[in-house]
Design a protein around this ligand. Structure first.
Ligand SMILES: [Zn+2]
Length: 490
């Protein structure tokens, strides 16, 4: 018995020396307080946070400033000169540590997607309820998974570290955005106006779900995104298909022929130079991908897919390449509204996901050049009658401002330390070079002159952005441990 005690003490001491004390402190803290913490989380989830309703967001922001102050952080709301008062502020918190050589910044967002109350099982998206799913409790409310979970985990981790007297080694900053679900329209502007405050050696972007296997995931980048809208033109009005078919060109047919040439049967994009410039994965990144779980068969069954694109390569690998997706096509009418006519126009919206080395404007230009190479006169404005009469084929192409991709090398010293801290809490973690989706990492990195690493904590099946959004509570408890380890890291 005595020997066991001594061994335990020694183990605990060595764990402390290795910096594993933080996660353990968090584990001990939450395990004895589940009910009280759920009640506290409910209070936060009860504050409506719909991105389009500034008053509700303001209440969330002020609540969070209060919570940060209760934990000894300097806290305030950040905005930018000239911004309307209705623009949701960034909640900023800071704990300076004497002698610290590093500053770690935690990003999360407190706004949520719009809600349609009638679609929720309870009819009340801002009245949290706990329900069991497969024998495990989950809390249901808008924002429960995306992204109040991360904020609440960080707040709880601060309390846990304080109560276990685990001191911080780095300066710690919190940047909690209120406009993420509305496209982060003013984030870069607010960050730029407060550059000194938001600088850090690394930004930990705490948003999104972990892997489908429920294993902790770290993502070192995100794909960018650019859009291209193409309209092609037939006759200037809808024509009788019997009287004019075989003579008047059909724009829907022209458009599908144009699009069909953009990809081969395996989904490989055929537009010239589409893959030019792609920054190759490093040996470390390739190794991480090779050991990441491949969930393709499971996903294929869940999604009822008889085949997948990519010539047999798996999903995680394909996410490291640029993509071209048809978001939607429209021309004429279908179903019961179908008429025997030649429609005047056909339109498609293309979504181009970007990777490091492929600039959004360049990629949009490659698509435009391809359309030209197929004999189209291209204009960005509504074509005039002269233009329509003067060219065999006319396409109007509209592009938007692209968000470029970003990727932090996994072998940077700070990255290695982040991996070590998270593994001290969660054991072996899944490392991915990029997320498939787009997060404004590029804007954060520009403003804060830093690198980003994404640390999600929510369950993948949390219905984020939909009705009945939820958080599996075990993900919250695990998340508190992860955040504690990161807050207390060197
Ligand atoms: Zn989110």
């Amino acid at each position: 018995m005595r020997t066991i005690c001594v061994v335990l003490v020694l183990l605990a001491a060595s764990a402390g020396l290795l910096g594993q004390g933080a996660a353990q402190a968090a584990q001990a803290y939450t395990a004895s307080r589940h009910a009280a913490l759920i009640q506290e989380y409910d209070e936060f989830l009860s504050l409506p946070n719909v991105a389009a309703a500034p008053t509700g967001l303001r209440a969330n922001a002020e609540y969070l400033v209060g919570e940060l102050r209760k934990r000894g952080a300097e806290a305030r709301l950040l905005t930018a000169p000239g911004l309307a008062a209705s623009v949701p502020p960034v909640v900023f918190g800071e704990i300076m540590t004497p002698g610290a050589t590093r500053t770690i910044v935690f990003y999360a967002h407190y706004d949520g997607q719009p809600v349609t109350a009638s679609e929720w099982a309870t009819g009340k998206p801002f009245t949290p309820v706990v329900k069991d799913v497969d024998g495990e409790p989950r809390v249901y409310a808008r924002g429960a998974g995306d992204d109040k979970a991360a904020i609440f985990a960080q707040l709880t981790a601060l309390r846990a570290l304080e109560s276990a007297h685990v001191g911080l080694k780095a300066n710690v900053r919190f940047v909690w955005e209120g406009e993420e679900e509305a496209g982060s329209a003013h984030l870069e502007q607010i960050l730029m106006a407060n550059r000194e405050l938001i600088r850090g050696d690394v930004w930990l972007v705490c948003d999104g779900p972990v892997d489908q296997t429920r294993q902790q995931t770290l993502l070192f980048g995100a794909r960018g995104d650019a859009h291209v809208q193409i309209t092609v033109y037939g006759p200037d009005r809808s024509l009788h298909s019997g009287h004019y078919g075989n003579w008047a060109p059909n724009p829907a047919m022209m458009l599908v022929q144009l699009l069909a040439g953009m990809k081969d049967a395996d989904g490989r994009v055929l537009i010239p130079h589409f893959y030019d410039g792609v920054a190759p994965l490093s040996a470390r990144e390739k190794q991480a991908l090779a050991t990441a779980p491949v969930n393709d068969d499971l996903l294929r069954k869940q999604l009822a897919l008889g085949h997948t694109d990519g010539g047999g390569r798996h999903l995680l690998e394909l996410l490291n390449e640029p993509s071209l997706n048809i978001n939607g096509i429209s021309s004429g009418q279908t179903g019961a509204r179908s008429t025997n006519s030649i429609p005047p126009t056909a339109m498609v919206n293309l979504d181009l996901r970007l990777v490091v080395g492929v600039d959004g404007a360049t990629q949009q230009q490659r698509v435009i050049e391809y359309v030209r190479s197929q004999g189209y006169f291209v204009t960005s404005a509504e074509p005039t009658r002269e233009e329509l009469l003067g060219h065999a084929k006319v396409a109007r192409i509209v592009t938007d401002a692209a968000e470029n991709a970003s990727r932090t090398p996994m072998d940077l010293p700070i990255a290695a330390d982040v991996i070590r801290a998270v593994e001290s809490a969660r054991g072996k973690v899944i490392l991915l070079p990029t997320s498939g989706g787009t997060v404004p990492l590029d804007a954060m990195e520009r403003a804060a002159e830093t690198r980003t690493i994404s640390v999600p904590i929510a369950n993948h099946d949390d219905n984020q952005h939909a009705a009945n959004e939820n958080l599996r509570l075990q993900n919250l408890w695990d998340g508190v441990e992860t955040m504690a380890a990161l807050i207390a890291m060197q």
